[in-house]
Design a protein. Structure first.
Length: 317
């Protein structure tokens, strides 16, 4: 194991992406991440998330990021497991990060963030509760984590007649005063009072194939996200992460790409240019209505030359 400073140093360059503190943290402390390869995609995911803490971003509208990631891209693992755990255990510790100034130039700065109220929302209550349960389990049982960052064993909330039962199932408090909770899309969020408003909202796959079937359900989710979820976040300290896979063009995931108050990236499985190039080597059998692939040696060459197969990058191939 490395000194704790190595896990607080997030100044690694893309050429040395595995040295990014939060990625090192995941590999060394979190069992589910030990066997999974990390890639440049995950490096930029975490760099974008850490940028929410930039001193240049002073208010909540400046701290709204999105990541659109293809299926099997480990977005939930990194954004709803690794990143929340990282910011929870590093509360009050000096983190060295790379930020950008108003002109887009990179600079290094040390930040110490305060306790957090992490709120994770997903398409269903069950999914959100599963995410918070994973975080709670790690904080409760991971002795190595506690030996480095202190005992943050979660505590159950005291009886409170103003806390809805749905909240009580997923919410817990850490020894350092931080809170974690999870809710499903469409559930009431505003009005919860634990002495602080949510400071980090993570909206993870708030859509499903079923929830985008009609214009009415799509508009309902859009209204809930804007009026309920976003507005419940602290206006001064609040940070918002929206992640998912686009399952319909009429969704918030598409809206934010054209909204100047949001920043982020898209991670397609393969770029349009690479896909067009691959298809150019194929032929169509019109009689059988099938796509005929090129010879094996051409497929291998395309595979080796393709620049955007992020699944290959992730597996280290």
């Amino acid at each position: 194991m490395l000194p704790i400073e190595a896990y607080l140093d997030n100044t690694a360059t893309p050429e040395n992406f595995e040295d990014l503190g939060v990625l090192r943290f995941a590999r060394d402390f979190l069992p589910p991440c030990k066997e999974n390869s990390q890639s440049l995609m995950h490096y930029w995911m975490m760099r974008d998330a850490l940028d929410l803490y930039s001193p240049q971003r002073r208010y909540r509208p400046d701290r709204q990021m999105y990541n659109l990631v293809h299926r099997e891209g480990a977005k939930t693992t990194h954004f709803s497991y690794v990143f929340p755990l990282y910011v929870l255990v590093t509360t009050g510790l000096p983190m060295l990060c790379i930020f950008r100034d108003e002109e887009g130039l990179e600079y290094k700065d040390v930040i110490e963030h305060e306790k957090e109220f992490v709120l994770i929302v997903s398409e269903t209550n069950t999914a959100a509760e599963r995410m918070t349960t994973n975080i709670r389990s790690e904080l409760s049982t991971n002795r190595l984590l506690a030996s480095y960052f202190g005992d943050l064993t979660p505590r159950s909330l005291p009886d409170d007649p103003f806390l809805d039962q749905v909240w009580r199932r997923s919410m817990f408090k850490l020894a350092n005063g931080s809170f974690v909770a999870g809710l499903g899309s469409g559930q009431q969020i505003r009005g919860i009072n634990v002495g602080m408003r949510p400071s980090l909202l993570i909206a993870d796959d708030i859509y499903s194939q079923k929830s985008v079937l009609t214009e009415e359900t799509r508009e309902k989710t859009r209204f809930w996200f804007g009026a309920e979820a976003v507005n419940t976040v602290d206006s001064q300290k609040g940070k918002i992460v929206l992640i998912g896979t686009v399952v319909h063009a009429d969704t918030v995931l598409v809206d934010v790409q054209n909204n100047g108050q949001w920043y982020g990236r898209k991670y397609p499985l393969i770029s349009e240019a690479d896909l067009s190039r691959a298809l150019s080597y194929c032929t169509i059998d019109y009689d059988r209505r099938t796509l005929v692939l090129p010879e094996r040696h051409i497929i291998q060459r395309l595979h080796d030359e393709c620049q955007s197969l992020s699944w290959r990058d992730r597996l280290g191939l």
